[in-house]
Design a binder for this molecule. Structure first.
Ligand SMILES: *[C@@H]1O[C@H](CO)[C@@H](O)[C@H](O)[C@H]1NC(C)=O
Ligand SMILES: *[C@@H]1O[C@H](CO)[C@@H](O)[C@H](O)[C@H]1NC(C)=O
Ligand SMILES: *[C@@H]1O[C@H](CO)[C@@H](O)[C@H](O)[C@H]1NC(C)=O
Length: 217
C-alpha cells in the first residue's frame, strides 16, 4: 500500500488524461466523418448536375441542316460561250433534322463554279424560317456569266459538256440561327457545296442525283 504511492496519482491522472484524449479523438473523427459525408454529398450533387446538363445538351444540341442535290440544269453549257448568258436552274432539298429546333435563314446566295472559277451566281432564297423536322425545297434560277479572263476555260467547259461530261460545283451560302424554344443561338455562316456532273444537254448525270452536299460552318 505504501510501496506504491505514485500509482493512485498515476491512475488518478490517467483517467483525467484519457477521456480528454479520446473525446478529442471522437470530435476529430466526427468532424472528419462529417467532412467526408459532406464531400460525398457534394460530389453526388455535382455528378447529378453534370448528368442533367449532359442530357439537356444532348436533347437541345442543334443538328446541322442536310442538303441534297435533286436536280440541276444548265441547257446552254455545250454552246461556244460556255454558260455566259444562259440560265442555270437547280433544286436542292434542305432538311432540318431537329425535332424541337427551328432554323432562321438569312437570304441565301448561290454560285456555280467550273474549276474554281464562277460561271454563274445570284440570289436564291429570301430570308425564311424552317420549322423542326421540315424539308424545304430550294429552287434556284441563276444566270450564267462569262468566266473572267477565262476564254479558254469557257471553251474547255463547252467542249467537255459537248463530249458528255463536265464537272461543276454548286455552292450555297447563308447565315443561320437556331431557335431553341424561346432562346435564339448566335449566327453561323452556312456554306453548302454540291459537286456535280452535267451532260451535253446541261442536265446533271444520274451519278449526281440526290448526292449529299457537305456543309461548312
Ligand atoms: C425543280 O422543281 C420544280 C418544282 O418541282 C420543277 O418545276 C423544276 O423543273 C425543277 N428544276 C429542275 C432543274 O429540274
Ligand atoms: C416546311 O415549312 C414550310 C414553311 O413553313 C412549309 O411551307 C412547308 O409545307 C413545310 N414542309 C413540310 C414537309 O412540312
Ligand atoms: C455568300 O457569297 C456571296 C458571293 O461570294 C457573298 O457576296 C455573300 O456575302 C455571301 N453571304 C454570306 C451570308 O456569307
Amino acid at each position: 500500500m505504501h510501496s506504491s504511492p505514485g500509482l493512485p496519482t498515476q491512475t488518478r491522472s490517467n483517467p483525467h488524461r484519457r477521456p480528454r484524449l479520446s473525446s478529442h479523438r471522437i470530435r476529430e473523427s466526427l468532424t472528419s466523418r462529417f467532412a467526408k459525408c459532406l464531400c460525398s454529398i457534394l460530389l453526388t450533387l455535382v455528378l447529378v448536375a453534370g448528368i442533367i446538363v449532359f442530357i439537356l445538351w444532348l436533347s437541345l444540341r442543334p443538328h446541322r441542316p442536310q442538303f441534297h442535290l435533286v436536280a440541276f440544269a444548265a441547257p446552254g453549257v455545250a454552246t461556244r460561250a460556255g454558260l455566259s448568258g444562259s440560265p442555270i436552274s437547280f433544286n436542292v432539298t434542305d432538311r432540318n433534322p431537329n425535332a424541337k429546333i427551328g432554323i432562321y435563314y438569312d437570304a441565301m446566295f448561290g454560285s456555280v463554279y467550273y474549276k474554281d472559277r464562277v460561271v454563274g451566281s445570284g440570289p436564291v432564297m429570301f430570308p425564311f424560317f424552317q420549322p423542326p423536322k421540315n424539308t424545304t425545297l430550294i429552287t434556284g434560277q441563276l444566270s450564267g456569266a462569262a468566266i473572267e479572263a477565262g476564254g479558254t476555260l469557257s471553251s474547255q467547259l463547252s467542249a467537255e459538256a459537248a463530249a458528255g461530261r463536265a464537272e461543276l460545283r454548286l455552292e450555297l451560302n447563308s447565315t443561320i440561327r437556331f431557335k431553341v424554344k424561346t432562346w435564339d443561338t448566335h449566327h453561323h455562316h452556312l456554306h453548302v457545296e454540291c459537286d456535280l456532273v452535267v451532260g451535253s444537254d446541261g442536265s446533271m448525270l444520274p451519278e449526281s442525283k440526290n448526292i449529299k452536299c457537305p456543309i461548312y460552318f
